[in-house]
Every structure is written in structure tokens, then in C-alpha cells.
Write a protein that binds this ligand. Structure first.
Ligand code: PHE
Length: 456
């Protein structure tokens, strides 16, 4: 009965684009390409794809199963399957992880907007030193980054407030195709530069000697983060899927989009960087310091082109960040709306205000206000560490155990095969169950111990 009332995505394309919007984010641009280049090129990419197929997709399907079965926010969806046991806490942890990371992710998303504005207004020009100082001053400023954090949160807010179909789905249908077009344009421009092949070589050249356990675990961790696993996003979005959505197919299509974007991001970054002889790196400094400089130098013969590419790049980043931020915001909004029985508007407002406060503190901890450091690390870095390195693996691990060992297999099978309608998939069910029962939890346990330095 409640199934009829519940909001849902209006089309298959909407499902894929919205969920791929969550998956495609800053992680695809600032970490994957560099990891691939540094860790054995094509060999790394094959390992990464292996992780996605064997571990990422089954974990994604599991969250889809919980969400679509529950037809509600992540906490309630787990509660429905937990039968009054403390296992329901996994859902609450998922919501908490999503909530905490929203504030942190909003800060970095805000930087993307600020850079978009700076490139538009022509402020992103100067020598390499200038870009470094610009970033340092920008990120430690007490006002500007907080302002842009609030702006991007308000953008997410306005979309979310309009609901699932009119907000999230419509926005994703515009933003995701735009993102692809921009990506292809920049890849084209980058690959036409002199010596671009060196960058392509860096990204793809197979080097087996680089492969060790670190690389495996790094690929695994990155695949989970990149697929938005364990943050409540997949579960929440899946609660808006229809009964007919083929979960395995959807997960596979989203994974393909995510991988393709990550590889294209490499083809956007490295050819340009190598053509001007700049060593690429990863993380915020890659996109906010190295690349603006690279684009400017690479197109120094045609300054207009440099201006345009730099602007398009930051538009692309802002779109990637916003679609991910939206999915994070939705986790908490759905939770507040359904658990506190309030309107979507009020729920979204509560989430926007609280995450803006968290975001502001994270941002101020980067230099504007010294009191926001703990044990020598800024609050910003703590959020990154706690959500990404602790909560993500813990929630991911517990979700696998929950689905594989505790939820009645009949329920899991029904969701997996749409109550037997997807005949072919009944056959795959045992493979999926095997992965989720044994392989995924073990793999996540390894990443966790590795990240904590207890295993190498
Ligand atoms: N998957 C996103 C990225 O690649 C990050 C993200 C994680 C977004 C979890 C939402 C939820 O950047």
C-alpha cells in the first residue's frame, strides 16, 4: 500500500543516471587516474575492474536489495530486515556516515564552485607559484570557502526539495549528459596536444613490477569509495527503484559508467600534464594547483583555449561533485523526513543547515581557526579519515554479513530476481550469495586492517 504512495524514479534512465551521478564524483578525477598511473597502468586498471566486478557490484546489489525491499530510508530499511535485533544499527551507521561525509564533501565541492567562478572571472592565471598560493590562501580563508560550501549545499537543497522525480531525477538527466560531453571535449583537447602520447602511456603502460598487496588493497578501497558503497546513498536511491528494476543489470551499468569516467578522467589529465612536462599528483592539489597550471601552460599559444578548458574543467568537477553531494544529502533528508514524520521541505532544510555548520567547521579547521585541530590534524582531515577509513569499511563489512548470513535467503533471492521474474538471474543468485557471504567480507576486512596499518 505504501508502495503506491512512495516517490520513485520515473524511468530506467533516471535510475541509472541518478545513481551513476552519486558514483561519479571527485574520487574518479582526483584519485583513480593517479593510482592507475603510479601503480602499474593497464595492470592496475585490470585489477581495479576485477575488484569492481567481484566485490563492488555484489556490495552495490546488496544495498539495492535492502533499500528496495525496505521502500524507506536506510535506517528503516535495515530495521525492517533486522527483526528487532541490534543489527538494525547498521542502517543507522550508514545514515550517520552519509550525514557526516556530506559536510566534508560540501567543502571540497564548494572549492570546485569557487574555482569555476575564479576561472570565469579570469582570476585563475599566473605562474605555478601563483596557483599554489591561490589555493593555500583560498582554502584557509575564513569567509570564501564557507560561502561556497553554503552555496553548493543550497543548490543540492533546491534539487532535493523538489523531490525524487522532479528534483533528483530531472537534475541528473541534465547534469550527467552535460558532464559526459564536457569530459569528452576536454579529453579531445588534451589528447591533441604535442607529446600527449606520453600521458596515455603513463596511464596504460602495463608494469607488473609495481603490483603488490598495497596496490590490490588500494584498488579495492578506491572501488568501494568510487561506487558510493556504505554511505546509505545506494540504499536510499534503491528505495525509489521500481519493482521491475533489474538490480544486477543496474549495478553493472552504473559500475561501467563509473569506470569509464575514471579512465576518461585519466585521459583528460595526463596527456595535458605530460605535454608540458608537469608531474601529476593526486588529491586536492592535483585539481586545484597542478591542473589549472597545466591547462594554462598547455594552451599558452592559444590563451582563449586555456581559459575555456580550465572553465569547462571546473564546471565538470562541480557537476560531478553536486550529483554526489545530492545523493549524500538525500540519505539524511529521507531519514529525517520519515523518522520524524515531517515534510520533505523541512527535512531538507534541517539537513542543509546542520551539514552547512559541519562544513563550516571543517573548512575553518584548514587554517582560519587553529582551535579546530585534534591530535595535530585538522577537523577536515578527521572527517575524511573517520568516514572513509573507518565507517565505510565497517558499514560495508556489516552489510555483507547481514545480507549473506542473517536476512532470510528467500527475501534476498526475491529481490535479486524480482520474485523469480528474471529467470536467468535465479541461476546467478548462488554466485552472488557466495561472494557476499565469504569473499566480500574478507576483502573488506583486509582493506580495513591495511588502512589501519595492521596488515601490509
Ligand atoms: N563516489 C563518489 C566519488 O567518487 C564519492 C561518494 C561517496 C559520493 C559516497 C557519495 C557517497 O567521488
Amino acid at each position: 500500500m505504501s508502495k503506491i504512495e512512495r516517490a520513485n524514479f520515473g524511468s530506467k534512465l533516471g535510475v541509472i543516471l541518478a545513481t551513476a551521478g552519486s558514483a561519479v564524483g571527485l574520487g574518479n578525477v582526483w584519485r583513480f587516474p593517479y593510482m592507475a598511473g603510479e601503480n602499474g597502468g593497464a595492470v592496475f586498471i585490470i585489477i581495479y575492474v576485477g575488484c569492481v566486478l567481484l566485490l563492488g557490484i555484489p556490495c552495490m546489489i546488496s544495498e539495492f536489495i535492502v533499500g528496495r525491499h525496505g521502500q524507506s530510508n536506510t535506517a528503516r530499511a535495515f530495521r525492517k530486515l533486522a527483526g528487532g535485533t541490534p543489527r538494525a544499527l547498521i542502517g543507522y551507521m550508514g545514515v550517520l556516515t552519509g550525514f557526516l561525509i556530506t559536510g566534508y564533501y560540501a567543502v571540497v565541492s564548494g572549492w570546485c564552485l569557487q574555482y569555476m567562478w575564479a576561472s570565469l572571472s579570469g582570476h585563475l592565471q599566473g605562474d605555478p607559484e601563483y596557483f599554489k598560493t591561490y589555493f593555500m590562501e583560498m582554502s584557509s580563508d575564513p569567509v570564501k570557502p564557507v560561502f561556497w560550501t553554503v552555496v553548493i549545499l543550497l543548490m543540492a537543497h533546491l534539487i532535493i526539495e523538489n523531490g525524487v522525480r522532479n528534483g533528483i531525477e530531472k537534475a541528473s538527466k541534465v547534469m550527467m549528459p552535460t558532464l559526459f560531453v564536457l569530459l569528452l571535449l576536454i579529453v579531445g583537447a588534451s589528447c591533441m596536444l604535442p607529446n600527449a602520447y606520453k600521458g596515455v602511456e603513463f596511464l596504460f603502460k602495463p608494469d607488473f613490477s609495481k603490483i603488490d598487496s598495497d596496490v590490490f588493497l588500494g584498488a579495492l578501497g578506491q572501488s568501494f569509495y568510487s561506487m558510493s558503497i556504505a554511505m546509505g546513498c545506494l540504499c536510499t536511491y534503491a528505495s525509489y527503484f521500481s519493482e521491475k528494476t533489474n538490480l544486477t543489470k543496474a549495478a553493472s551499468q552504473i559500475a561501467i559508467i563509473d569506470c569509464v569516467v575514471a579512465i576518461l578522467a585519466g585521459l583528460m589529465i595526463f596527456p595535458a600534464a605530460f605535454s608540458v612536462g608537469v608531474e601529476p599528483d593526486s588529491g586536492p592539489s592535483l585539481i586545484f594547483i597542478t591542473l589549472p597550471n597545466v591547462f594554462q601552460q598547455a594552451f599558452s599559444g592559444m590563451p582563449v583555449m586555456g581559459y575555456i578548458i580550465s572553465l569547462l574543467f571546473f564546471v565538470l568537477l562541480s557537476l560531478a561533485a553536486l550529483t554526489s553531494l545530492m545523493s549524500l544529502h538525500e540519505v539524511s533528508t529521507a531519514f529525517v523526513q520519515e523518522e520524524l514524520h515531517t515534510t520533505r521541505r523541512r527535512a531538507a532544510l534541517a539537513v542543509t543547515v546542520t551539514t552547512a555548520i559541519i562544513g563550516a567547521f571543517c573548512s575553518l579547521s584548514l587554517g582560519a581557526y587553529d582551535g579546530l585541530t585534534f591530535f595535530g590534524e585538522a577537523l577536515f582531515d578527521w572527517f575524511d579519515f573517520v568516514t572513509g577509513q573507518i565507517f565505510l569499511p565497517v558499514v560495508g563489512f556489516l552489510t555483507c554479513i547481514f545480507i549473506g548470513w542473517y536476512v532470510p535467503h528467500q527475501i534476498v533471492r526475491d529481490e535479486f530476481s524480482n520474485r523469480g521474474e528474471l529467470k536467468d538471474y535465479v541461476r546467478y543468485f548462488h554466485r552472488y550469495l557466495f561472494l557476499i557471504k565469504y569473499v566480500c567480507p574478507l576483502a573488506i576486512l583486509f582493506i580495513f586492517l591495511h588502512q589501519l596499518g595492521l596488515l601490509n
